[in-house]
Structure formats: structure tokens, C-alpha cells
Design a binder for this molecule. Structure first.
Ligand code: SF4
Length: 469
């Protein structure tokens, strides 16, 4: 059944505008139900007949899965929209890096260390690789079990067990079942044995078959056999096919409400990339595929590369796409100290858009020049937008800096404003009496700028101290 619009829901409501749902009209309630901000139960007067008609619209179109264990529990799926401007995307895709069980112990240790290092600080958050995909790659059951056990002991990441042979897989599953690993995968030929393992341990299982229809049929079979948490892999052969099939899966799940494809998706990116490429070219191809699939509905992605330059763009794009576009990404508008600023420290001013603040703070930290950063509340807007929208005005900026008291903490009277709002300089000087210095247009220029500014401020601070003495 297709997703119901607000009008269709409204037609099935009592239309009395009684207000018992705490909304003024039935239409307002219908719009809230359509956008999933209210459940149908919020109206106590819905008839059984209407409930039967509308009930299907209340069932989430995509299952929500909980993967992993301990501090690394991840939530996946639960998506409700095709496009991010309709409503936020709910749960970011899981990024896994493969470790082959056929590698020697030293090589496995080296890959684990490389995966562990793939964590990056951005906008005040740590982003990076979430999961390790342990591939059987032809080893026997005993070796696969031992490797799974060692990796589970060494790393707290979510674990994916890549093995289509239930006999080889069984000891590994028994050894690390408490980590709630994802079993990859049940194919049409081996579905029964894999299903039995997944059901026995209550583990998530990937349904893997060529194309959408066969994947849907297989997922139905797994669900009928009692597998609760299903992930679907339509086995694309290249990137174009992966983007196309994941888009079709999403459309069928969300718009056509086909239950058998209403699950998060899985793509083995490493398997899509040409083996004949050299390692840099492979990493580049994986980066391109990762970026495309993060944007186009991936649930779980398995990569081979451990190159930071290839992983960083993928995790950055994922972070951006899975923020709520309707909620400004803000930091608290207060005075921040970077390093241990003294009375001769530069005073910089910026806005409370998180990306702006963290970029400025990061460059100040890189400069190793201790500074004060005064943050003005611009309702999450960057410098230029805030200025254009009158959320960063001379009066507001001067008031905020006075309230934060930063000019009382330094023995100079210099204030550094962003280069993008150089035209505010005169106004601030007239309103405050401070000596305003225009900083660089781009945050990348901050370290050089601060190294040039610091001696001037130190000289002025010293002169002021001597004059006062
Ligand atoms: S409680 Fe039901 S009938 Fe009353 S206004 Fe809300 S939706 Fe309409």
C-alpha cells in the first residue's frame, strides 16, 4: 500500500474538529500523522473501519535493527523518506572494513591497528569505522572461529561474519554470539542452514540474491522461518547497479510499502572494485563508491581500504547527510578558551554555527597560539549568512563581547573579526572604542595570521603594563 497523504488520512477521520487530540482541527492531526509526528491512536474517536484502512500507514515501512553490543550498539534502518528535505534520514549506514581470516596473525594485528586509527574529530564528534567484517575466505571452521574470537577480544567494533557456509560459520558464531554479530549471508542455495544458525542465536542475517525480486523472495523466506533482523543484499555487480538497486529497494519499501524489501541494505564495496587496479586506484574507487552509496540509501557497507584519505570523505559525507536539516547545528554561544590564553592573547569572534566554530577552533589549536574565541548566537548560521540576515550586527556583537567580559581579561584592546565581515570594522570601533583587526576570509589562514599578530599584542600588553606601573 502506498504511503497515505494527509488528505487521505483526513478523509477517514471523524472531521468534527473536537480538539481532543490536542490539535485544533482534524486536518492538523491528519498532517501530523502523515509526517509521523503523531500516532493514529492520538485521536480517540477513530472508527474501527477507519483504523483498518489507516492501520497499514502506521506500520513503519522499513524495519529498525539494533546491531552489536556494549558501547558499540548501532541502530540501522527505520528510514521513512526518499529525500532528506522531506524529513531527516534516521540512522547512518554502518561502515565496515574487511579482515580476511586467511591472513597471518601479524597481518591481522596490523589491519586491526589500521582500522582502530580510522577515527576522526569533526564538528566536535568522533567519526570513523564502526565495524569489522571477518571474511572466511576458504579457511576451515576451526581457523575461522579462532580468528573471530581473537578479533572480538581485540576490538569492540560491531562484527560481521562473512561466510556462506553454515558449517564453517557455526564455531565462530558460538564463540562470539554475545557480540551480536551480523551473519553475511544467506543465499538462495544455503538459506536453510544459515537461517537455523541465525534463529538459534537470535542474530541478524543478510539475505543475498541477485536482483530485487529474488532478494525480496529470499527475505520473505527468512522472515517466515523466524529470522527477526534481516538486511538485504541485491548483489550488484558494479557501482551503477548498486546505486540503481538500492534506490529501487528504498522506493519499493517506502513508496509501494512492499514489506519484503522493508529492510536496511548491504553492499560489499570491495567486491565491486576491479582487482586489477593498483592499491591507490582501488582505494580511490572504494572512496567513490562509498560516497555514492552513503548518499543513495546504503545500510551496511564493507570496504577493503584502510587509507585515511579514502575513508575520511565517506565518514564526513555520512555525518553531513545524517544530521537533521531542519535543526541548526549549533554550539553554545559563550566565550571559549583555546590553550591557556593570558592577558596578551588574541580575541577572535565568530558565530555559533558548529561547522564554523569547530573549523576556527581547530585552526587556532593548530597555530599553537592560545586565544579567546567569542561566539555570537546567530541561530546556527555561518558568518556571511548571519550578517546578510541581520543575525550578526554591530550592536549584537558588541553587546555579546561586553557581556562575556573578554576585553576585561586582556591588557590590549584588539578584537579580530572574520574577514568575511570586514565592513563591520568601522561600526564596531565606533560603538566600542576597541581596535578592530580584520582576520582572514578563510579559516585556513588563521595560523599564519595569528603568528603575525601575536608579537604586536605582546608588545602592546607589555607597554600597557609598563605604563600602568
Ligand atoms: S480528536 Fe479526532 S476528531 Fe477530534 S479534532 Fe482530533 S482528529 Fe479530529
Amino acid at each position: 500500500m502506498a504511503k497515505l497523504s494527509g488528505i487521505e488520512i483526513y478523509k477517514n477521520l471523524p472531521r468534527t474538529n473536537c480538539g481532543d487530540c490536542c490539535l485544533p482541527t482534524c486536518m492538523a492531526f491528519a498532517m501530523q500523522v502523515a509526517s509521523k509526528k503523531q500516532a493514529l491512536d492520538g485521536c480517540p474517536h477513530v472508527s474501527d473501519e477507519a483504523r483498518a484502512v489507516l492501520g497499514d500507514a502506521q506500520v513503519p515501512p522499513m524495519a529498525t535493527l539494533t546491531l552489536g553490543s556494549g558501547d558499540r550498539v548501532l541502530t540501522l534502518g527505520g528510514e521513512t523518506v526518499m529525500h532528506r528535505h522531506e524529513e531527516r534520514f534516521q540512522h547512518p549506514p554502518v561502515l565496515a572494513v574487511r579482515i580476511s581470516a586467511s591472513l597471518g596473525d601479524a597481518e591481522i594485528g596490523a589491519r586491526l591497528a589500521a582500522i582502530d586509527a580510522l577515527q576522526f574529530e569533526r564538528v566536535g564528534k568522533t567519526i570513523g569505522i564502526d565495524a569489522i567484517a571477518i571474511a572466511a575466505d576458504g579457511v576451515d571452521a576451526s581457523r575461522f572461529g579462532n580468528v573471530a574470537q581473537k578479533i572480538a577480544k581485540a576490538a569492540d567494533h560491531l562484527i560481521l561474519l562473512l561466510c556462506e557456509d553454515a558449517e564453517v560459520l557455526a564455531p565462530a558464531v558460538a564463540a562470539i554470539a554475545d557480540r551480536n554479530p551480523v551473519l553475511v549471508a544467506a543465499t538462495e542455495a544455503h538459506a536453510d542452514a544459515m537461517t537455523a544458525l541465525a534463529v538459534q542465536y537470535g542474530l541478524p542475517l543478510v539475505a543475498s540474491a541477485p536482483g530485487i525480486d529474488r532478494t525480496a523472495a529470499l527475505s520473505e523466506r527468512l522472515a517466515a522461518s523466524g529470522v527477526k533482523d534481516i538486511i538485504v543484499d541485491p548483489q550488484p555487480l558494479n557501482l551503477a547497479e548498486a546505486v540503481g538497486r538500492l534506490t529501487q529497494l528504498r522506493r519499493r519499501a517506502l513508496e509501494e510499502r512492499v514489506r519484503s524489501v522493508g529492510y536496511p541494505s548491504f553492499v560489499d564495496i570491495g567486491a565491486l572494485v576491479d582487482n586489477n587496479l593498483n592499491s591507490d586506484a582501488r582505494a580511490t574507487a572504494e572512496m567513490t563508491a562509498g560516497l555514492s552509496l552513503v548518499m543513495r540509501y546504503a545500510g551496511v557497507l564493507v570496504l577493503d581500504t584502510v587509507e585515511a584519505w579514502a575513508i575520511h570523505p565517506i565518514v564526513t559525507a555520512r555525518q553531513d547527510i545524517y544530521t537533521d536539516p531542519q535543526v541548526p547545528n549549533e554550539v553554545e554561544a559563550v566565550l571559549y578558551e583555546i590553550g591557556k590564553p593570558g592577558s596578551d592573547a588574541p580575541v577572535l569572534v565568530t558565530t555559533n554555527f558548529a561547522l564554523t566554530y569547530f573549523t576556527v577552533a581547530g585552526e587556532v589549536a593548530n597555530s599553537k597560539v592560545p586565544c579567546y574565541i567569542s561566539v555570537v548566537d546567530t541561530e546556527g548560521m555561518g558568518v556571511l549568512n548571519a550578517y546578510a540576515d541581520d543575525r550578526l550586527t554591530v550592536e549584537k556583537l558588541v553587546d555579546v563581547i561586553r557581556e562575556q567580559g573578554v576585553m576585561d581579561r586582556v591588557s590590549h584592546n584588539h578584537l579580530v573579526i572574520p574577514g568575511l565581515v570586514a565592513r563591520m570594522r568601522m561600526g564596531i570601533e565606533e560603538a566600542s572604542g576597541w581596535d578592530v583587526i580584520v582576520g582572514p576570509d578563510n579559516a585556513s589562514g588563521i595560523p599564519h595570521f595569528l603568528h603575525e599578530l601575536q608579537p604586536q599584542l605582546q608588545a602592546q600588553a607589555q607597554a600597557n603594563t609598563e605604563a600602568a606601573g
